[in-house]
Ligand binder design. Structure first.
Ligand code: PHB
Length: 402
């Protein structure tokens, strides 16, 4: 009885204190505690394999954007968690679950590879954890399998190549061979290329492919030489892209059959590819040489921090950090206020090094696509190939997309 009275008295005095706090405008203890706790941010990226340097560039970019916020999200400190996804789709669900179930992250940032992204998408949809995609362009993530808690800050696989076909036909290249790794990213990049190239009057004479991440290009390059198309268009990225560019030149095709690509072909690989990359024309939502104060400041700060030049992946990581910070700031760190958080992220305009962009209703960037050419080890912008290009978001049904 006595203890009952004591505990009752405690409860009463505690609620009196709460009322006092509320009336003086102080935060209620529960909310103060939730906001004071660290935000748990999980990075699921490739740190080994052909996409390893893409993962590092993305992480650098994310950390740089957060550092500009004093290392905090909406005023809260951050606990970081990391998983190397190895660009292995068979471990996608397991790796994403490690971050969500074991590490109990509030935010999952990942990943690069479209196949692995499908695993993340499943875990994101099942758990409802806020998920930001800093690269992988797999269409389903912002089409049929879109979700209110999933936001992409990069591109959809068909976006860069939707701007490629016309640029090729404009240069008189009407018969093309397409070559890629045979997986979602390559196949969906082909969708964009096929639509834009045939619409502009071009003919695709052959589609060539090899499994990801194989780099035995020789037989395919021999076939291209025999086919004698006006041009070659492709999707490759990371270490494999550097090798493809070098092998293309070594096979004697450079200077004979112009090489075009989804712009990832020449991102982060120009040093490794050397002069073999000179002259390659690509389309992408970024270019090193964008002559804006925003891009110049970003490039300078990144080079200072990481002692290397940023590429599209670093920029996408940076924009992921910007979007997350913008959302977290809008809810003053209360990430549990999902309605307000998602609304802020959906309506954000990101002041990016690529140029300002907004979110489509299916949560994919609406952005300009640039035509670029490799010149002296740099991707030089030579024009805007598509203005404010949006992915169609076909099949996306969610409240936010209604
Ligand atoms: C993808 O798998 O979606 C992917 C990977 C690397 C890129 C672009 C897309 O550079």
């Amino acid at each position: 009885m006595a203890s009952h009275l004591t505990s009752r008295r405690l409860v009463l005095s505690r609620s009196a204190a709460l009322i006092g706090a509320a009336s003086t405008g102080l935060l209620l203890p529960e909310i103060a505690r939730a906001q004071g706790a660290k935000v748990r941010v999980g990075l699921m990226l490739p740190y080994t394999g052909t996409f390893a340097q893409l993962g590092v560039a993305i992480e650098n970019g994310v950390r740089m954007a957060i550092a500009e916020q004093g290392g905090k999200l909406g005023g809260r400190e951050i606990d970081w968690f990391k998983v190397d996804d190895e660009s292995d789709p068979s471990k996608g669900v397991e790796n994403a679950s490690k971050l969500v179930q074991r590490d109990k992250v509030d935010v999952l940032i990942g990943t690069v590879h479209s196949g692995v992204q499908m695993g993340i998408q499943k875990v994101a949809r099942d758990s409802g954890v806020l998920t930001l995609i800093p690269n992988a362009g797999v269409h389903a993530a912002t089409r049929a399998l879109c979700a209110p808690n999933v936001f992409r800050t990069s591109f959809s696989n068909g976006q860069p190549t939707m701007a490629l076909g016309k640029a090729m036909v404009d240069r008189g290249h009407k018969k093309a061979v397409w070559i890629t790794w045979k997986y979602a990213a390559g196949d969906e990049a082909f969708e964009g290329f096929k639509e834009s190239y045939t619409k502009a009057g071009g003919t695709i004479v052959k589609e060539l492919g090899l499994p990801f991440p194989n780099v035995e290009f020789q037989a395919l390059l021999t076939e291209i030489a025999a086919l004698k198309p006006d041009a070659v268009a492709c999707f490759f990225a990371g270490g494999g892209a550097a090798k493809f560019i070098r092998d293309y030149a070594a096979a004697g095709l450079k200077g004979k059959i112009p090489l075009y690509g989804s712009g990832f072909l020449t991102e982060g690989v120009l040093e490794a590819a050397g002069p073999a990359a000179d002259g390659i024309l690509t389309t992408l939502h970024y270019s090193d040489s964008l002559d804006t104060p925003r891009n110049k400041a970003f490039r300078l700060a990144y080079a200072k921090s990481f002692k290397q030049q940023p590429d599209v992946y670093a920029m996408q990581g940076y924009d992921t950090g910007l979007l997350l910070a913008q959302g977290a700031n809008a809810v003053k760190g209360d990430l549990a206020n999902k309605a307000a958080l998602y609304k802020a992220m959906e309506s954000a305009t990101i002041d990016s090094p690529r140029g300002k962009w907004t979110m489509s209703r299916a949560h994919n960037p609406v952005q300009d696509i640039y035509l670029r050419q490799v010149e002296k080890g740099e991707n030089k912008v030579i024009g805007v190939a598509a203005k404010a290009l949006a992915d169609p978001g076909t099949g996306c049904r969610m409240a936010a997309a209604a």
